[in-house]
Design a binder for this molecule. Sequence first.
Ligand code: ADP
Ligand code: 5GP
Length: 190
Amino acid sequence: MAPSTIACGFTVITGPSGVGKGSLVKLLLQRHKEIWLSISATTRAPRDGELDGEHYHFLERDRFFNLVDSDGFLEWAEFAGNCYGTPVKPVKEKLSDGIPVLLEIELEGARQVRKNFPEALQIFLAPPSFDELEKRIRGRATDEEEAIQKRLVRAKEELKAKDEFDAVIINDDLLTAVSQIEKQMGFESP
Ligand code: ADP
Ligand code: 5GP
């Protein structure tokens, strides 16, 4: 795996559901152990194999909105019928300790971060085509048809916003996409 040298302080990765954000982030974290990935809170039910506190903090809606009301989130948004938010405290702690912070969030959340942290690097991960995106969402086999439809509708909207971002990376070949992201983040090539 590539050794890390320089790290960008604060990076946000966005892109439509099924584009490969999770796969790419996993690889990035394996290659750069110093990166800290924020664990989001969500009102979505856990998928098979997802663990509370590891993949997400799974919260009831009441608890989620208590946190919204008490400014517990750096950003939050509703996506395909569920709420998702980034707990603010750990992010601020890591940034003040000089640890590179990574958020993997949807478009509305990325826009909120852009407003409050304009220095953060914002990366949009795009699919090679819409058909390939649909294949990936279906191939992942984690969502019901209704959820898939909501995600595909939302994906069309998200794709229109790609030019707002500092960089657009096409996730065709995963390793190529990871190395393009590393370059954007200021890591030296392996
Ligand atoms: P997201 O986190 O953006 O919703 P995932 O990481 O869950 O997306 O990926 C969705 C599906 O696409 C998974 O089955 C994953 O294995 C597959 N996938 C990810 N990247 C690629 C790629 N570059 N080429 C082909 N399939 C991919
Ligand atoms: P999923 O249900 O597939 O895990 O996530 C759905 C979408 O929510 C993905 O686009 C993911 O990036 C986004 N997401 C995950 N955590 C957060 C968060 O904390 N805030 C926002 N705004 N979006 C998030």
